[in-house]
Design a protein around this ligand. Structure first.
Ligand code: HEM
Ligand code: HEM
Length: 147
């Protein structure tokens, strides 16, 4: 299993744990609903999306029989999505107290979006595969094309 698959799934589990803590907090303390965007994105962008990223990187190459288009881009994706989400969520948490936290939301949003677009591109190319293979000699009636 590639490290980015393992760590997408592990980070998803960490975000689920954190997201649920915010949920419980909001359930018990009505004023804590100011943290709803942090809760929503830990759960939806952190848990749900990261789990999908990790599982998709593992299963799509196996389902299609095509190697992942780029492992390098998947590694970059892990960093962009995780740094992006952490910065975005910190921005959501601090925005009610410090208007300057808007900058963190903007930086986190751009990084998380870059990560998502890397995923879209990489999986799209993986689904398409490496393109038509050169015909084997048998398909040409055993004759080799002149070189
Ligand atoms: C033990 C687990 C959870 C608890 C206790 C919990 C609790 C809450 C609470 C108290 C709210 C705020 C409701 C309000 O505005 O008054 C909320 C909002 C929300 N929760 Fe959870 N939650 C949990 C898990 C999840 C999970 C797993 C997801 C997503 C996969 C999720 C997605 C959301 C979303 C999207 C909102 C915002 C909804 C809106 O825009 O109004 N929650 N949750
Ligand atoms: C690059 C990725 C994303 C960025 C930058 C982003 C950004 C934002 C921002 C800035 C808000 C407004 C928060 C506020 O009320 O102040 C928001 C709300 C919301 N987003 Fe996202 N989002 C992203 C991805 C997603 C995804 C993938 C989902 C669901 C799968 C999602 C679900 C929601 C929901 C449910 C709300 C309303 C939360 C609430 O009730 O407070 N977002 N998002």
């Amino acid at each position: 299993m590639d490290w980015f698959v393992r760590y997408f799934i592990k980070s998803a589990l960490v975000y689920l744990g954190l997201g649920i803590c915010f949920g419980i907090w909001m359930g018990f303390v009505p004023n804590a609903t100011i943290y709803r965007p942090a809760h929503a994105h830990l759960n939806l962008l952190g848990f749900v999306s990261m789990l999908i990223f990790g599982v998709a990187y593992h299963v799509i190459p196996r389902f299609t029989g095509h190697a992942l288009h780029s492992r390098r881009l998947a590694e970059l994706h892990w960093w962009a999505s995780n740094v992006g989400l952490v910065v975005l969520v910190l921005g959501f948490v601090f925005l009610p107290w410090a208007p300057g936290a808007r900058l963190a939301i903007e930086v986190g949003a751009v990084l998380a979006a870059i990560g998502a677009f890397l995923f879209i591109y990489n999986l799209w190319r993986t689904l398409d595969g490496p393109g038509p293979k050169p015909s084997p000699p048998e398909a040409l009636g055993g004759r080799r094309l002149p070189t």
